[in-house]
Each structure stands twice: as structure tokens, then as C-alpha cells.
Design a protein around this ligand. Structure first.
Ligand code: ADP
Ligand code: MG
Length: 732
């Protein structure tokens, strides 16, 4: 017994050297760890395709064939070396290199390796831009390999770029045998830990430890969700007896992962709502009514619903932790203000924190307008607030005369003391670090303030369940009436003259125009040459002597210059704003009717969506023009197509997640997933995720603290390190 926890080096065939490598490359320390490294795909003998049958529409294919020739190309397409398999089985080498040393130099300078594979039905090119030396050495003409990858068309012919390469399948007589392919690295292979060796180690590990594996789910959980046992799953994930068994194994392991993740998130939430005392705010004061009555419009249905949700949180005696999602322009600011007024009606102060100075200022202007009819004191506190004013604000917060404070990180500095902070609103939350939010939390005197987090980056439901799994989520899914859709088109560089003509017309009729350039990162530094060149181009086309004013804003200007130029545009003195993505969030210029995005293919979907949200805020019809470069990949084109086809932020977010995977999803990079998932994918397993969450919820309804004996097993598993997630309840 106890083999599962024994050091991996004692597994037969491993030893100290390989153990070190496994630890370093895969984080495997024990035999049990090894068993939790799962294949990421399986080689199925029966699914090897013939080259002649392939076309570019296919997803990934597997072909097996002999290498008949390969060519090493240098920069500009010059041929550096070539190896060709001759009829007699010998290999002919053509190379300008006279020695091994020269050959090594050629290999170093090579930029592409092309390998031609023949499977007797036809030939196919495999292309490598990376790992050239490694592949040149292992892929010798005459040898047979199994290649896996996505065929694509290039210059009218098919090829596969960077295929996965495996040793050939030996035994064609056994159809349907699934062989796992494990994650690997060059270091592992160099240490002799090939795919085959991995399989052998897994086999040894299973033989030794399978009996030791204990169940982590109760019988009831397994039965309710039709799951196989952990033992069966572990055995079949490594060595599936057939594809059905594999399916059962995968489903079980994925469910387990998602279920415990949700269970831990939800348990925190249940616990908090039962035990964490919040500030009860039962009243709605006169200020709320004054603001509400002075509004020139009706609240949208979605705004009403969300305010109801917020109010019921705040009066309930528990502590509110709510995420408010809504597209740009959906009216979140007003919801925030009304929430602040609920707090005020019960004798508490509120703060509204924004990620940038520009945004904070804009919020302050809007919020002051909403608050005007109430006569309440509202102030703005940012890094650039002058010392004297800062002191006044500090004392106003301390004596309670300021009811609502808007600001940046300056709000969470230690010397900011509130008289009675009752509500913290955090805008664009992903821009705040975890620690910063924790500090805000601690500003409450008697009890933590209610927290309302607002984001204009819609997050797909499944991801919200995980990233914000312990927050309540409200969604404003309705725009204020009268909003005209933004017409979006995608054009080539060649159509820019026509675009400029159009911009000219818009400006002539009194509108303003955004022109955004991507920022490019070079050596950890931001390259702004794009936007500067762009600025030159625009100023030449729209010169001052014809009455045009063009403002330039980018991340490398100092705060004053940035503010000055931004103000010029906001105030309407400049008709065109040329900028990098600094304007992405928040800036409200209702008179702007055109958003031009240069090199649009370089932007992510949600960023494009955010940018487009800057227009269409006024009464005029608005346009978003996506200018793409000639070299636009298929994937980038897909993004641009989505942008042209929908304005719905949630649809865009779903598409974004499907295309990029959740790890890369904008708006969540910093918060990320609270735990790393081993086998399940938030993007791909959304159905299973919903199922796991619903089941976890149901289980906790019945036993919130998991104290029933029947749930002891689950509690034990939950206490393991891997489910010890960041405590989001304390930070947002
Ligand atoms: P968000 O913060 O969600 O991007 P804002 O709160 O800035 O949106 O609202 C966008 C614009 O819509 C503002 O000019 C605001 O005054 C206006 N607005 C908000 N709610 C309504 C409503 N119910 N009806 C009409 N206009 C509204
Ligand atoms: Mg806003």
C-alpha cells in the first residue's frame, strides 16, 4: 500500500534521471501524479486517412507514409539542403555544406523545412517553421511516420504545417485500438521519455496502483449523473478498451473536476450568505426618489430588474457581492448611482472606483449630473487631485459630508478613511488586481461594504460561473430605446480613399471620428510608430488650413498631454481622435459617429466590440469601419465577419471563447480561472459544466456545510490542495 504516493523514481523503468525530468517538465513527483497525466488525444488505427482523399475542409487528419524527400529553405526561399530517397533505398544529399560544421550553420539559418510524405495513394507536404534542426534529424527519408494535423491549402496545394509526428502503427490487424498520446516536450524526448516509454510507465503504474485508487465521488453522485467509477476511468483514460469506455472515462473525469470546482465556489457563497453579516439597508431615502423623478426617461426593463435584485441584496442583512454585466451604453452607470442612493438613504457613503483617470473623470461628470437633483455632495479623487483639494476630500470622507466619491486607485490608499462606507462599486473590474480589491473591502468600518462589480466585457455564462462562481450575477441585456444599430463594415486598405471621403462628409455634417491603431509590443516595449504614422497620414489628408483639427492620444504621452488632447475631442474642438486603445473603455462622446479601426485583424473580438461601443451613443446613425491588412489569416477574417454580423456582446463573447479558449479570453486574463483544469475545458464542456453546477447547487441546498455523513467523502476531497481556490468572496 501507499504506492500511489511513492516517488516516481521508484517506478520500474524510471530511475532518478528520468524522475527529475518528469518533475521538471510535467510536474510529476509521485506515481499517483503520473496517473493524472492524461493523453490529449488517441491514435486510432482505423482512422488513418489516405492522402488522395484529403481536402482542406477537413478538421484534423491522420496519415501514415514514407518520407520521400525533404528540403531546407533559407530566407527568401533559397534552397539550402535537400535529401531525396532514391529507388534503391539510398538517400541522395544535395548540399553546399562541405563539413558537419557548415551543415550546422545551414541548419541554423534555415527558415523552413519541407518534408514530402508518400502513402502510395499520393504525396503530401509537411511544413516546419520551428524545430527545424530537431525534425531534420529525426525525419530521415525512407522512414515511415504517422502524421497528425490540419490540412490547408497553400498555392493551390495541400500541406500540413507543424503536424504532430508519431512512430508508425505497427499492427494494422488490430482495428480500433486506441493508443494514448501524452503531452511531451523536446527535453522529455531527449531524456528518452518517448510516447512509447510513457505508455510503458503508465502500464507499470496501473499494475502497481490501480487497486489503491479510492473513489472520490459518493455512489449517489455517480448514480445520479450516470458516471463510471474512478478506477474504471483511470484505467480507460490511459488504455481504453474501446471508444465507449473512453467516452465514459472522459465524462467521469471531466465531471469530477468541474463538480468539485463548482462545489468549492458555491460552498463559499452559501457560507457567506449564511454567516457573513452585511449592513442592512431597508430604506429608500428621499435622494433616491429625487434622482429617479428627475430622470428624463423611463428605466429600461432590465435596469428595473437589476435594481430590484440589488435592493433585495442590500436590504437582506447579508452582504451583497454582485457582478453587473451589460454592454457598453446599456445604462450601468445609472444603476450604480441608484445603488449609491439606496446606501445614502440608510446613512452610508458609497465609492465608485474606475481603472483609469480618464474614466473616473467621465464617471464623475455623469454621476454629478444624476446627483444634481439630490443636492448630495459628490467628489472626484484621483492621483492628480491637487494636495489641497485632496485634504478637503479626505476630511469630507471622514466626517461623512461626502456621500459619493468617484475615483481611481487613489481611493484605496491608506490615508483614505470613510465615515461609513456602505457600498463599493467597482467598474471594469478586471483591470483591478486582487489585492487592490481586498483593500477596498477593508475600508468598511463595522462590516464589509456591499460590493457591486460592473463589467462591460460580457463574459459567457459558463465562464462567469467559474471565474465569478461565487458572485451573484445580474445582466442588463437591453439597450435604452432609440439606440440605432451601428453599421459595421470591413474593408481593405485599398478602399481607404473612399473611406476618407466618407469621413469628410460626416465631419461636414458636424460629426466626430475615432481612428484607432493597434499597439504592438516589441521587446516588452510598446511600439507607437503605427499610431504616429497614422497620425501623419490623417493630418495630411485632413489639414489644419482646411479647418480640421486632429487630436492624438497614446499610451506614451504624459498624463497632461493625454488629458489635454482627449479633452479637445470630448469638447468637440477636434473632429478626429487618432489613438491607440487607450480610449477602449468608457470615453463618452455622443457626437462621434464613426469608429475606424486600423489593422483590425490584430484586435481580439471583445476588444473590437468595446471599441465599437464608443459610437452609436448619440442620436445619429453610426458606423464602424474595420480596415484590414492584406495579410489577414482565416481566423482573423472570421473575427471580422462576426463583428459585421452581430452587435450582441454575449454572442460575441461566446464566439470569442470558442475561438480562443477561456484562458485567453479578454477581460479575464488577470483574474483567470481560480484553479487550473486538468481535463475539462470551460470553453468546450459548457454543458457538463452547467450540469455539474446545478448538481452541486442542489447538493448544497440540502447540506450547505457538507456536514452530513453521507457527504463526508466529498468534503474530504474538497479539502485537498487542488481545490483550495483563491477566495474571491473577500476580494470583489
Ligand atoms: P454604460 O455605463 O452601461 O456603458 P451608461 O450608463 O453610460 O452606460 O449609459 C449610456 C447612455 O444611456 C447615457 O447617456 C445614459 O444617460 C443613457 N441612459 C441610461 N439609461 C437610460 C434609459 N433608461 N433610457 C434612455 N437613456 C438611458
Ligand atoms: Mg460606462
Amino acid at each position: 500500500m501507499g504506492e500511489l504516493n511513492s516517488d516516481i523514481q521508484y517506478l520500474s523503468g524510471v530511475g532518478p534521471k528520468r524522475a527529475e525530468m518528469l518533475r521538471k517538465e510535467l510536474g510529476v513527483a509521485t506515481i499517483g501524479d503520473l496517473l493524472r497525466i492524461y493523453p490529449f488525444r488517441y491514435i486510432d488505427r482505423s482512422s488513418v486517412q489516405k492522402i488522395a482523399s484529403l481536402d482542406a475542409s477537413e478538421a484534423s487528419v491522420q496519415i501514415q507514409g514514407r518520407i520521400i524527400s525533404e528540403t531546407l529553405y533559407g530566407k527568401g526561399g533559397t534552397t539550402l539542403m535537400q535529401r531525396v530517397l532514391l529507388e534503391d533505398g539510398n538517400v541522395q544529399v544535395r548540399s553546399s555544406a562541405q563539413s558537419e560544421k557548415q551543415e550546422a550553420i545551414l541548419l541554423k539559418s534555415a527558415s523552413r523545412l519541407s518534408v514530402i510524405v508518400d502513402d502510395s495513394s499520393g504525396t503530401l507536404e509537411m511544413v516546419f517553421f520551428k524545430g527545424i534542426r530537431y525534425n531534420w534529424t529525426r525525419l530521415i527519408p525512407g522512414a515511415v511516420f504517422l502524421f497528425f494535423g490540419k490540412p490547408q491549402e497553400f498555392n493551390g496545394r495541400l500541406n500540413i504545417v507543424h503536424p504532430e509526428v508519431d512512430p508508425p502503427q505497427k499492427d494494422p490487424s488490430v482495428p480500433g485500438t486506441l493508443t494514448g498520446v501524452y503531452p511531451s516536450t523536446e527535453n522529455l524526448k531527449n531524456a528518452g521519455i518517448t510516447g512509447k516509454v510513457m505508455c510503458r510507465m503508465m502500464n507499470a503504474a496501473l499494475a502497481l496502483c490501480l487497486g489503491e485508487i479510492t473513489e472520490t465521488l459518493t455512489d449517489k453522485v455517480m448514480k445520479d449523473n450516470s458516471l463510471c467509477s474512478l478506477k474504471f476511468a483511470i484505467k480507460n483514460i490511459h488504455f481504453p478498451s474501446d471508444s465507449y469506455a473512453l467516452q465514459k472515462a472522459v465524462a467521469r473525469l471531466k465531471f469530477e473536476e468541474l463538480f468539485f470546482l463548482q462545489l468549492s465556489l458555491l460552498r463559499g457563497k452559501f457560507r457567506r450568505s449564511r454567516f457573513e453579516k452585511g449592513i442592512p439597508m431597508p430604506k429608500v431615502g428621499p435622494a433616491f426618489k429625487a434622482c429617479y423623478d428627475a430622470l428624463p426617461y423611463e428605466l429600461t426593463g432590465a435596469q428595473k430588474r437589476v435594481i430590484k435584485e440589488i435592493r433585495s441584496d442590500m436590504m437582506g442583512g447579508g452582504q451583497m457581492n454582485r457582478l453587473l454585466q451589460g454592454d457598453v451604453g446599456s445604462g450601468k452607470t445609472l444603476v450604480a448611482v441608484l445603488s449609491c442612493l439606496i446606501a445614502e438613504g440608510n446613512g452610508y457613503q458609497s465609492c465608485i472606483m474606475a481603472p483609469t483617470e480618464v474614466l473616473a473623470r467621465q464617471h464623475f461628470i455623469n454621476i454629478s449630473r444624476y446627483l444634481a437633483p439630490t443636492g448630495l455632495r459628490c467628489a472626484l479623487l484621483t492621483g492628480s487631485t491637487p494636495a489641497k483639494e485632496r485634504r478637503e476630500i479626505h476630511s469630507g470622507l471622514e466626517d461623512g459630508s461626502i456621500s459619493v466619491i468617484v475615483g481611481t486607485h487613489a481611493l484605496i490608499e491608506d490615508n483614505v478613511v470613510f465615515n461609513s462606507l456602505g457600498l463599493a462599486v467597482i467598474d471594469e473590474q478586471h483591470r483591478f488586481g486582487v489585492d487592490q480589491r481586498a483593500r477596498l473591502w477593508s475600508k468598511g468600518k463595522v462590516a464589509p461594504p456591499h460590493v457591486l462589480v460592473m463589467t462591460a466585457t460580457p463574459i459567457p455564462r459558463t465562464l462567469a460561473m467559474t471565474v465569478y462562481g461565487d458572485l451573484d450575477v445580474s445582466v442588463i441585456d437591453e439597450l435604452p430605446p432609440g439606440r440605432k444599430p451601428v453599421q459595421t463594415i470591413c474593408i481593405n486598405q485599398s478602399r481607404k480613399p473612399a473611406m476618407f471621403k466618407f469621413i469628410e462628409e460626416e465631419i461636414a455634417s458636424g460629426r466626430q471620428v475615432f481612428i484607432v491603431y493597434p499597439m504592438i509590443f516589441v521587446n516588452e516595449k510598446m511600439d507607437i510608430s503605427n499610431v504616429e504614422q497614422g497620425y501623419e497620414e490623417i493630418v495630411t489628408r485632413f489639414p489644419l488650413n482646411k479647418g480640421y483639427k486632429v487630436a492624438l492620444v497614446h499610451g506614451q504621452q504624459n498624463a497632461e498631454t493625454k488629458q489635454f488632447n482627449m479633452d479637445a475631442f470630448v469638447a468637440g474642438r477636434a473632429q478626429i481622435l487618432v489613438s491607440t486603445t487607450v480610449i477602449e473603455v468608457g470615453v463618452d462622446v455622443p457626437n462621434a459617429s464613426v469608429m475606424v479601426i486600423e489593422s483590425a485583424q490584430r484586435f481580439g473580438l471583445s476588444q473590437l466590440h468595446q471599441l465599437r461601443g464608443r459610437v452609436g451613443r448619440g442620436a445619429e446613425k453610426s458606423y464602424c469601419i474595420l480596415v484590414k491588412d492584406y495579410k489577414t489569416s482565416k481566423e482573423s477574417q472570421e473575427r471580422l465577419d462576426i463583428m459585421c454580423s452581430t452587435e450582441n456582446g454575449f454572442e460575441i463573447a461566446e464566439a470569442d471563447m470558442k475561438m480562443r479558449g477561456p484562458g485567453d479570453l479578454e477581460g479575464t486574463q488577470q483574474s483567470g480561472l481560480p484553479v487550473s483544469l486538468n481535463i475539462a475545458s470551460i470553453a468546450k464542456d459548457s454543458l457538463l459544466l452547467s450540469q455539474a453546477r446545478a448538481y452541486a447547487e442542489q447538493l448544497l441546498e440540502d447540506d450547505p456545510a457538507l456536514e452530513k455523513a453521507s457527504n463526508a467523502l466529498l468534503l474530504k476531497e474538497l479539502r485537498k490542495d487542488k481545490y483550495n481556490i483563491k477566495d474571491y468572496s473577500k476580494i470583489s
